[in-house]
Design a protein around this ligand. Structure first.
Ligand code: HEC
Length: 129
């Protein structure tokens, strides 16, 4: 019986870990579908000449702080020569949503994704306001 009790605990913890791992990227994926797919496409390939591809972007591979600020503030075409249209600002998303988005795009398009916490993203967003 004692063994069973431990087994239940183990499975409960196991379930929590699996749920967390599946749940977080899952929300990130639906946020990406709702907010980004129109421009950057599901595979991140963009629209050649109009919208930059992000599946090989240094902004995705680079420090999460830069990505958090880009999502929060958007970017005007004049700032870079990537496009003649703007990257919209996603100020309306919560810090949790921005965190899930960052973790999703990093999982999809970096070799060795370093996941970030909501606290880290909140601090990064504050620093770039
Ligand atoms: C209205 C179309 C549009 C939408 C929607 C959009 N983007 Fe962008 N995005 C752009 C454009 C245009 C640029 C390039 C802006 C520039 O620098 O001139 C860009 C740039 C980027 C870059 C930087 C690419 C690089 O290498 O410089 C990343 C990363 C990015 N977008 C991610 C996202 C994510 C994640 C979302 C969804 C939350 C999103 N974008 C939604 C149009 C869009």
């Amino acid at each position: 019986m004692a063994v069973n009790k431990y087994a239940y605990r183990f499975f409960f913890l196991f379930f929590l870990v699996v749920a967390w791992h599946c749940g977080v990227p899952q929300e990130g994926k639906s946020l990406y579908t709702e907010n980004c797919v129109n421009c950057h496409m599901a595979d991140g390939s963009g629209l050649p000449g109009i919208i930059p591809a992000i599946n090989a972007s240094l902004v995705i591979k680079g420090p999460y702080q830069e990505l958090a600020c880009l999502l929060y503030n958007g970017r005007q075409p004049a700032d870079t020569i990537k496009s003649f249209v703007a990257m919209p600002s996603f100020k309306t998303l919560t810090e949790t949503q921005i965190t899930n988005l960052i973790n999703y795009v990093k999982k999809e398009w970096t070799e060795d994704p370093q996941f970030v916490s909501e606290q880290e993203v909140a601090a990064a967003v504050k620093a770039c306001q």
